[in-house]
Ligand binder design. Structure first.
Ligand SMILES: O=C(O)CCC(=O)N[C@@H](CCC(=O)O)C(=O)O
Ligand SMILES: [Zn+2]
Length: 335
């Protein structure tokens, strides 16, 4: 296997490779771009015109997606996977991955779309660097752009694997991309309805990529991910990389759609979330339920029919999202 296939090992040991570019016997070029960043380029005659960005480890303790990218990279580096797409592999927060923590000083996934400019510290610098890797990678004209940012969640979930689809004014969510996600094992998609500061929101809003955050199960340390089944996603990603993906058609095949009713923002240290500590993502909340309270008698009471909660987290920093209240979506606005 080519040494650059060991991107995770290089990243975990904070090593710069001696050779920055290596080529497989089939003419696939691997190029180390910087810490946790590796570009794979097929021979020109093989190129199918797709640019695929795969990121993981934006949160350092979410290891199942990191292990998945490592398997894909090994496959490319030892010739078992035969790429026809350009692929950029990114490990988002190397320092946090090395420590096995979500972040060190601040959550990188709240620092995109310019937010890093208002902040300081190495996570802000890394967010700027990740934006730049993505910007350069997606700068080639007339190519198809796709980004999957892979995560696992803090808590268990009634719906194990799901996607979050960013929003941009004037752009519609693609039914075809949703069908592809269903084929990759996603059981639900949350259609966002406002601009955001996550990595997938950046590539979707600014770089014209189709982009998704994928939630793939519960976060566990390296080597303890047997409970996270990524077989369907892995098979689909290999097909996308090799340009052998079967046509999915338009059928959403039982995929559940949701939209955001409200984001719960923590404004102060007085914020209190009235949910059990072990509540699962997608837990249903009945109308009239007092969900949260904050300073100045601010109250979040559930008013929506069919409401559910995802990512409840009262420990986030003030000013950040402490949960999302979602409702079923009919999918009428898909293109
Ligand atoms: O389990 C949780 O509370 C968070 C899991 C996670 O990291 N989710 C992402 C979602 C990103 C998005 O909204 O697209 C995050 O919170 O950054
Ligand atoms: Zn995450």
């Amino acid at each position: 296997m080519l040494a650059l296939g060991k991107l995770l090992e290089l990243t975990l040991t904070d090593h710069e490779p001696a050779e920055k570019t290596q080529v497989t016997p089939r003419g696939v070029r691997l190029r180390w771009l910087g810490e946790g960043a590796l570009e794979v380029r097929p021979a020109e005659s093989e190129d199918c015109g797709l640019d695929l960005l795969l990121s993981a480890g934006i949160h350092g303790n979410e290891t199942a997606p990191i292990e998945l990218l490592e398997r894909l990279l090994h496959g490319v580096a030892n010739g078992k996977i035969k790429p026809r797409a350009r692929v950029l592999f990114l490990f988002g927060n190397p320092a946090a991955i090395r420590k096995g923590e979500r972040y060190i000083e601040q959550d990188i996934n709240r620092l995109f779309n310019g937010r890093h400019e208002l902040s300081s510290g190495f996570e802000a610098l890394r967010a700027a660097e990740l934006e730049q890797f993505a910007r350069v990678f997606f700068s080639k004209p007339e190519r198809t752009r796709l980004h999957y940012d892979l995560h696992t969640a803090i808590r268990g979930s009634k719906i194990e694997q799901f996607a979050l689809y960013p929003y941009k004014e004037g752009r519609t969510h693609s039914r075809r991309e949703l069908a592809r996600l269903a084929a990759a094992g996603m059981e639900a998609v949350l259609l966002q309805s406002k601009s955001s500061i996550t990595f997938s929101a950046f590539t979707y809003e600014q770089l014209e990529a189709e982009a998704f955050t994928l939630e793939l199960g519960k976060a566990r340390p390296f080597g303890q991910n047997e409970g996270v089944n990524l077989d369907k996603l892995e098979e689909r990603l290999i097909q996308i990389i090799e340009g052998t993906e079967p046509e999915t058609g338009d059928s959403l095949d039982g995929l559940k759609l949701f939209s955001v009713a409200r984001e719960i923002i923590k404004h102060s240290d007085h914020f209190h979330l009235h949910l059990p500590a072990d509540i699962e993502n997608f837990a249903e909340l009945s109308k009239g339920y007092l969900l949260a309270e904050d300073l100045a008698e601010m109250r979040w009471v559930v008013e929506e029919e069919g409401a559910r909660i995802i990512f409840p987290n009262p420990k986030v920093k003030n000013g950040l999202r402490a949960g999302i209240l979602i409702v079923p979506d009919s999918g009428q606005r898909l293109s």
